[in-house]
Design a binder for this molecule. Structure first.
Ligand code: NAD
Ligand code: UPG
Length: 433
């Protein structure tokens, strides 16, 4: 099939390359000329495991191309996927200006019947709004569908190629059939396609993210309680996770959730609920607990030094909001770094992928080290914020030698407190004894 994917970010690139890999002819388009130039040169603007190989293979085979000609790609396509950003607006709602701009371009370039599907996370009612915007200019019939994306960064290619479910929300039977046909090869082993109306599909996306985020906030809140009661949240996590009704995933206490999705999507669903006079109390608590949790590591470090951080050097391992990505949007490490700098500390940091993005924000205000041990050299304490593999079993003997004081803050509970205390470290985790 001929597809246009508008927006070549984390979602658009993975979706475009994934659709091409299943034999479709895909044009990935973006307003950012710089991104498109990079992609045309064979470079991938983001770090996402496996994506470079998928893009290279499909561009070489002629199924995937990149362009800034959004209108041209729309005219050539049978299905147009909208995968542009929907960031948080000042009032907390989802900013739909990019989605609406694409809608206008689609309306003006509708040369034959097309299905317009939103992959972007959009509030309930956006399909109706798009139908109006496109219809205002359209001279041809078209159908609108909600096709939310559930991939997670760091594992995006796998999530896209082997989806748990494909949600197709449309009131138009032709659109449902065309999208089902497109996705059938992705779910060959078992049919995981769910057909529904557009509003239910739009709400499903927010419901999934709100549920996942609320699990994390619940565990982070329990971690605070565990500390006060002398219990260990890691043992509690394993204990409750053994119940298959609860399950083991998304129960890790930590420095609070970040990323480009949970924070803005919680805010957007609260805004939507408010607009119809409903208060989603659990989501509101989830947000509040997360704001507190994101400040927790900084207050633990500050308390260790009796509030006197001026002149201290703090090493930070892990800057991306999670491992296997270079994405630092809403990353807890940034909240920590801001607090440390504000208190007069010097920050020495390391991340395997996110340092260029961090450098773009902080410039020379923090020291970025090419090596993880270089970042720890001479520091008064080391804080691990993101659980990259290489941080999980470091050479603690070497750390003891190079740190100026043997002080460790384990923001992800990846280390063994007893072992480290036995080696003479002062160890602080999240919700641990
Ligand atoms: N990142 C994720 O893990 C993820 C997962 C599922 C859903 N989503 C949702 O998908 C959407 C995109 O997220 P992302 O992380 O890929 O964003 P992103 O910021 O990485 O990419 C968005 C792209 O859209 C382009 N763009 C903006 N306006 C445009 C326009 N008018 N025409 C063409 N291109 C335009 C931007 O230049 C940018 O390259 C969001 O709604 C997000 O909530 C994201
Ligand atoms: O037990 C856990 C699991 C995750 N996190 C944190 O939660 C955040 C989000 O992680 P994750 O969900 O793995 O990454 P995202 O790429 O943000 O993916 C989420 O957001 C996407 C965008 O909407 C959805 O498509 C995905 O299904 C959804 O998992 C990160 O800061 C993690 O460190 C925890 O603190 N504890």
């Amino acid at each position: 099939m001929q597809l246009a994917v508008v927006g070549t970010g984390y979602v658009g690139l993975v979706a475009g390359a994934g659709f091409a890999d299943f034999g479709n002819d895909v044009a990935c388009v973006d307003v950012s000329a710089a991104k498109i130039e990079m992609l045309k040169r064979g470079e991938v603007p983001i770090y996402e495991p496996g994506l470079d190989v998928l893009i290279a293979k499909n561009t070489r085979d002629g199924r995937l191309r990149f362009s800034t000609d959004v209108a041209g790609a729309i005219r050539d396509a049978e299905i147009v996927f909208i995968a542009v950003g929907t960031p948080q607006a000042d009032d907390g709602s989802a900013d739909l200006s990019a989605v609406e701009a694409v809608g206008e371009t689609i309306g003006k370039n509708l040369n034959n019947f097309k299905v317009i599907a939103t992959k972007s996370t959009v509030p309930v009612g956006t399909a109706d709004r798009l139908r109006q915007i496109i219809g205002a200019n359209a001279t041809q019939p078209f159908a609108v569908a909600s096709n939310p994306e559930f991939l997670k960064e760091g594992d995006a290619v796998n999530d896209f190629m082997k989806p748990d479910r494909v949600i197709i929300g449309s009131d138009d039977p032709k659109a449902r059939e065309i999208l089902r046909h497109l996705y059938n090869p992705f779910v060959r082993a078992s049919d995981r396609i769910q057909l529904m109306d557009a509003r239910s599909a739009e709400l499903t996306k927010y419901a999934a993210n709100a549920l996942l985020a609320s699990r994390i906030s619940f565990m982070n809140d329990l971690a605070v309680l565990a500390e006060k009661l002398g219990a260990d949240i890691e043992l509690v996590r394993k204990g409750v996770g053994a119940d298959p009704r609860i399950g083991t995933k998304f129960l890790f206490a930590g420095p609070g959730f970040g990323g480009s999705c949970f924070p803005k999507d919680l805010s957007a669903i609260l805004y939507t609920a408010g607009s119809v006079g409903h208060d989603l109390e659990i989501v509101r608590a989830t947000e509040r607990i997360n704001a507190r949790q994101k400040r927790l590591l900084a207050s633990k470090v500050s308390a260790h030094f009796d509030g006197a951080l001026k002149g201290k050097t703090i090493a930070v391992w892990g800057l991306a909001f999670k491992p296997q990505t270079d994405d630092i949007r809403e990353a807890p490490a940034l909240t920590l770094i801001d607090a440390l700098l504000e208190a007069g500390a010097t920050v020495q940091a390391h991340d395997p992928q996110a340092m260029p993005n961090v450098r773009a924000i902080y410039g020379s205000r923090i020291l970025l080290s090419d090596g993880m041990y270089g970042a720890a050299e001479g520091a008064d304490a080391l804080v691990v914020v993101t659980e990259w593999h290489e941080y999980r079993r470091p050479d603690f003997h070497r750390l003891k030698r190079i740190l100026s004081a043997p002080t460790l803050f384990d923001g992800r509970n990846i280390w063994e407190p007893d072992e480290l205390r036995g080696m003479g470290f002062v160890y602080t985790g999240i919700g641990r004894k």
